[in-house]
Write a protein that binds this ligand. Structure first.
Ligand code: PGA
Length: 248
């Protein structure tokens, strides 16, 4: 299964490098155990961390990219640059990015296309807000998020695409949906994409407050392809417990 370690902006560049040097051996050891790590540090650390994990199974991913391929876009980072430094994955549409950078799913769809053009795997975050959940609008919200993405890539020759179901209310809150709810939503997302993009293999990860306390429950969810982990991914002991959990 895919284990995405989303470091957000929790550490500085030097702190990220130090963490990798200190925990390199342990992380490589854990990655052999049927778990495939995608480590997503800040932009500034990507290249150095790629070098640190050279010749290992651990891949690096960015936390965002520009919707444009090139040009006058001050402050942005292109998918092409990410590709050139060996980045094979990129998280897009994270709720923190959507909120703080005022981003919508039409832009996220364009980012998806930009990444695919550079043969980078997008990890596309989708998820409902607390309010949408309370009003029973989770699936409507997800359909609205997925639709522009489907429209943008329907005619591209995409083989595989990764989605991360991340309920906005679960991120950083200590709360998670029930395992049965995650199962139903994963099933629904896969079905939606099977109908709209029948040629594309879809993986669905879950993200939001994953830790050693709830991993046993989450590991049992049928057909879930992995996890996107925020806070717990900064602690090698937590990563170890998450990876070694056998489920309930
Ligand atoms: P969390 O973050 O695990 O700290 O809730 C998940 C995420 O934001 O991707």
């Amino acid at each position: 299964m895919e284990i995405v370690l989303n470091w957000k902006m929790e550490k500085s560049h030097l702190e990220e490098i130090l963490w990798c040097k200190e925990n390199k051996e342990e992380l490589i050891k854990l990655s052999t155990n049927n778990h495939f790590f995608i480590l997503c540090p800040s932009f500034t650390s990507l290249q150095t961390i790629k070098e640190i994990f050279d010749k290992s199974e651990i891949e690096i991913g960015a936390q965002n990219c520009s919707q444009y391929l090139l040009g006058s876009h001050t402050g942005q980072v292109s998918a092409k640059s990410l590709k050139e430094i060996g980045c094979l994955y990129c998280i897009i549409g994270h709720s923190e990015t959507r909120t703080e950078l005022n981003e919508n799913y039409y832009q996220i769809a364009k980012k998806t296309k930009a990444l695919i053009s550079q043969h980078i795997n997008p990890i596309i975050c989708i998820g409902e807000t607390r309010e949408e959940k309370d009003k029973n609008l989770t699936l409507d919200a997800l359909a609205q998020q997925l639709e522009p993405i489907v429209q943008e890539i329907i005619n591209l020759n995409v083989k595989e695409i990764i989605f991360a179901y991340e309920p906005v209310w679960a991120i950083g809150s200590g709360n998670t949906p029930l395992a049965s709810e995650i199962y139903e939503i994963t099933k629904w997302v896969k079905m939606y994409l099977k109908v709209t993009l029948p040629e594309v293999k879809t993986k669905v990860l879950y993200g939001g407050s994953i830790s050693s306390r709830n991993i046993d429950e989450l590991k049992n969810i049928f057909d879930l392809d992995g996890f996107l982990i925020g806070k717990a991914s900064l602690d090698i002991q937590e990563i170890k417990k998450i990876v070694t959990s056998k489920g309930k």
